[in-house]
Design a protein around this ligand. Structure first.
Ligand SMILES: [Zn+2]
Length: 192
């Protein structure tokens, strides 16, 4: 494969991977997960459930603590998310987790893919945080689906201290206030 074809393949792969799994990409629709990894980048292909990837197939709930993506969340964030999910269910809203804790190398693969997609590390940094900065790597962030559940969380999450952190990521929540408190002003994007 020549260089041009290789780059085209990498760009396509990055687009697919980012569109489905990176919470920081504005075009990533909430509630979607990678359903087909037919052409993953080499690093992405090595990532496993132990890195915080979610298994294909059944939706993941905040109670699936057998998965590292759920089990390695900050205990207070996990408890708050579980309590919110239980309340949402009583309102008839199913809450799923589309991304939780991620290993540093999982996050780095998202950064690498973003660099391929956006053409420079500076531009990529607007969309995906480094492993050192990502609140997913520290277990302090959870991405919620589906859209109705994310909307429910925007309304009721503060009752549990859960706040939508970025204006361009309606699915990304962090423990950012006291239960029943007021959420801090949202940041515009991941680099904010
Ligand atoms: Zn997120």
């Amino acid at each position: 494969m020549n260089l041009r074809a290789t780059l085209a393949t990498l760009a396509l792969t990055a687009t697919v991977v980012l569109g489905l799994t990176a919470c920081a990409a504005t075009e990533a629709a909430p509630g979607l997960r990678a359903s087909s990894d037919s052409d993953p980048s080499p690093v992405t292909a090595e990532l496993s459930i132990e890195d915080g990837r979610l298994p294909d197939g059944d939706p993941v709930s905040p109670f699936d603590v057998d998965l590292p993506a759920i089990a390695r969340l900050d205990p207070a964030l996990l408890a708050a998310t579980q309590a919110a999910a239980t309340e949402a269910k009583s309102d008839g809203v199913e809450m799923v987790v589309t991304s939780g804790w991620r290993s540093a190398r999982f996050q780095q693969s998202l950064v690498d893919d973003a660099v391929q997609k956006y053409g420079s590390s500076e531009e990529a940094a607007r969309w995906v945080k480094s492993p050192e900065e990502s609140s997913h790597v520290s277990g302090k962030a959870v991405d919620i689906g589906y859209t109705d559940a994310a909307s429910w969380m925007m309304q009721h999450g503060p009752d549990y201290g859960l706040c939508q952190t970025y204006t361009n990521e309606m699915w990304h929540f962090e423990l950012a206030t006291e239960p029943g408190g007021t959420c801090p002003e949202q940041q515009t994007d991941a680099a904010g």
